[in-house]
Design a protein around this ligand. Sequence first.
Ligand SMILES: [Zn+2]
Length: 239
Amino acid sequence: MIELRPEESTRIVVLSGAGLSAASGVPTFRDKGGLWEGHRVEEVATPGAWLKDRSLVRRFYDERRERIATVLPNPGHDALARLQTRWGPERVTLVTQNVDGLLTKAGAPEVIEMHGSIMHLRCEGSEEHPHIQVAGAQPKNKRCSVCKSLMRPDVVWFGEVPREADRVHDALANCTLFLAVGTSGRVYPAAGFVQLARSAGALCIEVNPKPSRGPFDHALSEPAENMLPELVGAWLNED
Ligand SMILES: [Zn+2]
């Protein structure tokens, strides 16, 4: 077990990827050869695809949203939510590549969703205009309350820039512990995150059933839903 002294100076950044949500049964849509209704996933998840055929892209996300609505957070999400609740978002920055909203569903107070959320819609004209929540299928002619442009899924598509990069960068440059969960530490973004955290002198831990052999101090080859409750339980002195 990795000992941490939870003194005031401990500042944690957790980056989570698909491996965190796998045990919840979140569909990746990549298992069947990466195709969806004969389209490569990349073809329905780009700004160009949206301009070319909005109803196709809407259906793709409606289907994912309807399936995600039926899944529940697993003990890995719950553990991260408890950690942030206890130590506060100032000390625990939760960054996720997942668009499933499960960390929020688990009760995490503040999640940086770098690839957006499938449970929200945004204005196709401006990311700054109000985002809205959506439960089931996206209403076809829903328009922005500010500029009347059509609303689109609030996810970061292939070719678009991830959210809140400055805030994530600041958190990494000031952290004492970096945890990569269920995402490969050798490819973007985790590979960049671990480099930044190392430069800041942080302890770097990877939780992944198949460790990536990236530059981590510890590689814990366990699924997130097993390992995170153990780690967080020890850090928070839970029974
Ligand atoms: Zn707008």
